[in-house]
Design a protein around this ligand. Structure first.
Ligand SMILES: [Zn+2]
Length: 107
């Protein structure tokens, strides 16, 4: 006979945890991770990231920033600058993705 390491009760040979402790552990581990609600994601840091990405993205897509930024990630797409509306939308999408990824990454 072995004993349950958690509660000390006696166990049948094949078991390493008694049923009660096993259930308790399983319930603890098996808890599904609830995805964060939008409000939970809405921390100051994430909002700043969103605004920053949106601002940089918009300027990047709307204007030729190659003269101001020596490192231009979108240099190859620079031939056709977007109209304001498209630039806003694209920047918004980029910022949203950044916001979502960043807020999901945080513990
Ligand atoms: Zn037990």
């Amino acid at each position: 006979m072995s004993r349950c390491p958690d509660c000390g009760c006696e166990l049948p040979d094949s078991q390493t945890l008694c049923t009660a402790c096993y259930d308790a552990r399983y319930a603890l581990v098996g808890q599904p991770k609830r995805s964060r609600s939008f409000r939970e994601r809405l921390t100051g840091r994430n909002v700043l990231l969103f605004l920053g990405m949106f601002g940089v993205g918009f300027l990047e897509f709307r204007f030729d920033t190659g003269d101001y930024f020596p490192f231009n990630l979108f240099l190859s797409y620079r031939y056709h600058l977007m109209p304001t509306k498209t630039a806003v939308l694209t920047a918004f999408v980029f910022a949203s993705i950044a916001f979502y990824v960043e807020s999901s990454r945080q513990k």
